[in-house]
Each structure stands twice: as structure tokens, then as C-alpha cells.
Design a binder for this molecule. Structure first.
Ligand SMILES: Cc1cc2nc3c(=O)[nH]c(=O)nc-3n(C[C@H](O)[C@H](O)[C@H](O)COP(=O)(O)O)c2cc1C
Length: 406
């Protein structure tokens, strides 16, 4: 089943059902452009045989970075470099889509001390994030234009689709959540108002890219925070998306405050044995979506075994399987997995034994491997978890220095 093709509503065809989900690469050059290292990385992923590769966060505004190493699609002069990246990323007949994003209040202080956000609700995490400025109507219109422009650049460069990032606590997800969106104008309040920015962006991007270009949306099932975006609201958003012309809905969950997409489960707790047996973190929520929507559906998080992937595809619970970390630790096994010759892609789990450092250690370990691959190096398994947990802060600081933000 996983090796069978899939036709999207816009008519585009994926050669199989395996998708490399977004993983931020952090390897742009000083001008926020893609590098040869990024091309090298995507060539390897294209060769893995997956039907679709989704890039990590590509931001629309270089003042609002998810990482100081982000690529930013805000300037058509970058097109030659972006074209080279797209060429390598699609070299094996697969699709490659750009994950378009704006970090809002989750932009760290290394790039701005005063990020834009729906409301002035500060993210409190290790003192790394500044107090946001509530967006004006003009700021909101600029963000809409930014997404449209990035989609235009993606298409012109030869990427074969885009994914609008509306999950994980970034700007569009901040608009959806009542914790971060306290607005009383048409962009806040009811769930219809909180979804307005996402829906407007989808419509404007569709106008720009035309009817036969895939548009995906990444949405949280929930934020897993008291008073935050909850499953019932997510289902309301799904109903709205159902009548827009999108080609794929990817479900994830959590924010920087609760990293459910990473090491936590649907309830925001460490993945339980019961969920592990069913592998995928968001599979129960997928069933609820199926009951109310006809959108092509993909969930990401936890999928590891060939048998289970085929089971959920065959039962129709999802249409596509999203995987991230196995594309780092098990990259060489992916072709065999697609053939059914490798039954399990068990990725490495990095733990320091100290609760407050676990997400940073896991994130740092995987980030370091991506940087290694971009330099043509191999996977390095033995790395100190504690050092990995500090790596990202040091790396971000150095990248920001190199880009002269500081
Ligand atoms: C190093 C790393 C970077 C990530 N960056 C992104 C990102 O840029 N955008 C995104 O939507 N998700 C990102 N994620 C989340 C993954 O797409 C995925 O949801 C998560 O790793 C769970 O899937 P897995 O269990 O197959 O790894 C990242 C995950 C990792 C490990």
C-alpha cells in the first residue's frame, strides 16, 4: 500500500504514500539563500525514494525567523539558487513542497527582540523570546502578501507544491489559539475569526499558483495547553478547510511550550506504551477528521513499521504517512522499507535524564546530523545528549552573529 501512487485533488500525482515531513535545516547562507549543502541534503532525500519531501520552515520575513539558519523566500533575485535546490530535491521523480512559515512570537531574541504576533502575549522559555507587538491591519496584510510571494517564488523555482504552516505555535497557529490571540477585531474572538488569516492566505495563494499546483496545510489537533486551541476547534477549522481547494491536510500538535509533535503524545505526555503499539501519535484524531471531511489526510509522528503504515493506509485512516526522524537516522533503509524488505525504521532516542533538557537534546542531536549530511558527512550516533541539548542555543547565536543581527 505504501508504495502505491496517490492523486491529489489538483491532479498532481505522488509516486508513493511516504512523505518526509518538514525538518528545519538551519543551513542557509548569510543572505538567507539555499546553499550547496542544502542541495546535497535534498539530493540524498530524493534518492531515498519517498513520494514527497516537505522542506523545513522557509520563512517569509527575515526578521521573523524560526532559526537564524532559515532560508527566507522574500526576494526574486534568489531564484537561481532556489532553482538549484528545487532541482536536486525533485531529481528522483518525487514531489518537493516548500513549508512556508512565519514564526510570530516564537522568533527568538537573536533575530528580533520585538516580534510580531496577534497579541502581546510573550512566550516564556529560557528568556529567549521578546515581548511581541500586536499586529496592525497593515502588518496582517503584509503577512498575507508574504505568504503569496513565497508561494510564487516556490513555484517559479520548480518546487512542486507548498505547505502553509499553521501548526506548532508559529504565527498562523498563534492566530488560532485563544491563549495567544486576544484580538477583538475580525482576526480574533470566534473560531471563524481566528481562522480568517489562514483561510485568506489559502485563497490568495490559490489565486497566485493556479488550480493545478498542490497546496497543503499543516494544522494542530490541539496545543495541549489549558485555555489553548482544542480538538473541537481544530475540527471546526477542518470543516472550513474542507470547502477550500487544498490538496493535503497534515495533522500535528503542540507548540514551543508543549512539544507534542516531538516527544509527547496526543495528551501532551511522554508517549505511552499504548500509543507506541499503535505507533502514530495523532491516529485517534485522524479518525475524527475522517468522519467530517473528505480532505486527503496525513499525520506525522511515531510511524515506524511497514506493517502498521500499511494497516492504516489500507483501513483508510490516512492517505499518506508522514515521517521525520527516520529520514535522518535510517535514511539508507528507506528504499528497502518502501519495498517491504526493511520491516521497521527505529530511530534513535536521545535523553539526558533531566526533564528540562530532553526536547533540546533530541532537537540538537537531529539538527547536528542534518548539518553533517549537508557537509557530505555520515550519521554520527555517539554524541553526548547534554552537549546536544546546548548545541542549538550556541549554533543559533553563532549563525545570528554571522548574519550580523547582534
Ligand atoms: C530536527 C527536527 C526539525 C523539525 N523541524 C520542523 C519544521 O521545520 N517544521 C515542522 O512542521 N515540523 C518540524 N519538525 C517536526 C517533524 O516534522 C515531525 O512532526 C516530528 O519529528 C515527529 O515525527 P517523527 O516521529 O516521524 O520524527 C521537526 C522535527 C525534527 C526532529
Amino acid at each position: 500500500m505504501i508504495s502505491t501512487e496517490f492523486i491529489l485533488p489538483c491532479g498532481a500525482k505522488l509516486k508513493n504514500r511516504l512523505v518526509k515531513s518538514a525538518m528545519t535545516e538551519r543551513i542557509s547562507n548569510k543572505n538567507f539563500e539555499p546553499t550547496v549543502g542544502l542541495e546535497r541534503l535534498y539530493k540524498q532525500w530524493s534518492d531515498s525514494g519517498a513520494g514527497l519531501l516537505i522542506t523545513g520552515n522557509v520563512v517569509i520575513d527575515r526578521r521573523h525567523l524560526e532559526s537564524a539558519g532559515n532560508v527566507c523566500f522574500d526576494d526574486e533575485h534568489m531564484l537561481p539558487k532556489i532553482r538549484s535546490w528545487a532541482r536536486e530535491a525533485t531529481s528522483n521523480g518525487n514531489h518537493a513542497w516548500v513549508q512556508i512559515s512565519h514564526s510570530g512570537r516564537q522568533t527568538n531574541k537573536f533575530s528580533t527582540g520585538r516580534p510580531l504576533a496577534p497579541s502581546e502575549v510573550q512566550l516564556k522559555k529560557m528568556g529567549l523570546f521578546g515581548k511581541p507587538k500586536a499586529m496592525t491591519e497593515e502588518d496582517i496584510q503584509d503577512v498575507i502578501k508574504g505568504f503569496v510571494n513565497a508561494a510564487k517564488i516556490s513555484k517559479n523555482a520548480g518546487f512542486t507544491g507548498v505547505q502553509i504552516h499553521s501548526a506548532h505555535g508559529y504565527l498562523l497557529s498563534q492566530f488560532l489559539s485563544p491563549i495567544t490571540n486576544k484580538r477583538t477585531d475580525k482576526w480574533g474572538g470566534s473560531i471563524e475569526n481566528r481562522s480568517r488569516l489562514l483561510i485568506t492566505i489559502i485563497r490568495e495563494v490559490r489565486k497566485e499558483v493556479g488550480n493545478d499546483f498542490p497546496i497543503a496545510v499543516k494544522l494542530n489537533s490541539a496545543d495541549f495547553q489549558r485555555g489553548g486551541f482544542i480538538e473541537e476547534e481544530s475540527l471546526e477549522v477542518v470543516k472550513m478547510l474542507d470547502i477550500e481547494r487544498i490538496d493535503l491536510l497534515e495533522i500535528s500538535g503542540g507548540t514551543y511550550e508543549k512539544l507534542a509533535f516531538f516527544i509527547l503524545n496526543e495528551e501532551g505526555k511522554e508517549v505511552k506504551e499504548s500509543t507506541k503499539r499503535r505507533e502514530a501519535y495523532f491516529i485517534e484524531f485522524a479518525k475524527k477528521i475522517r468522519a467530517i471531511s473528505n480532505l486527503p489526510l496525513m499525520i506525522t509522528g511515531g510511524f515506524r513499521s511497514y506493517g502498521f503504515c500499511n494497516e492504516v493506509l489500507q483501513s483508510g485512516e490516512v492517505d499518506l504517512i508522514g515521517m521525520a526522524r527516520p529520514f535522518i537516522t535510517n535514511m539508507k533503509d528507506i528504499p528497502g522499507f518502501l519495498e517491504g524488505e526493511v520491516p521497521v525504521l527505529e530511530n534513535l532516542v536521545v535523553r539526558t535524564g533531566m526533564k528540562q533538557f530532553e526536547d533540546a537534546a533530541e532537537g540538537g542531536f537531529y539538527a547536528r546530523q542534518l548539518i553533517r549530511f549537508s557537509k557530505g558527512k555520515e550519521l554520527k550516533v555517539n554524541m553526548s545528549p547534554l552537549w546536544c541539548s546546548m548545541f542549538l542555543i550556541i549554533y543559533e547565536f553563532r549563525k545570528a552573529m554571522a548574519k550580523k543581527f547582534l
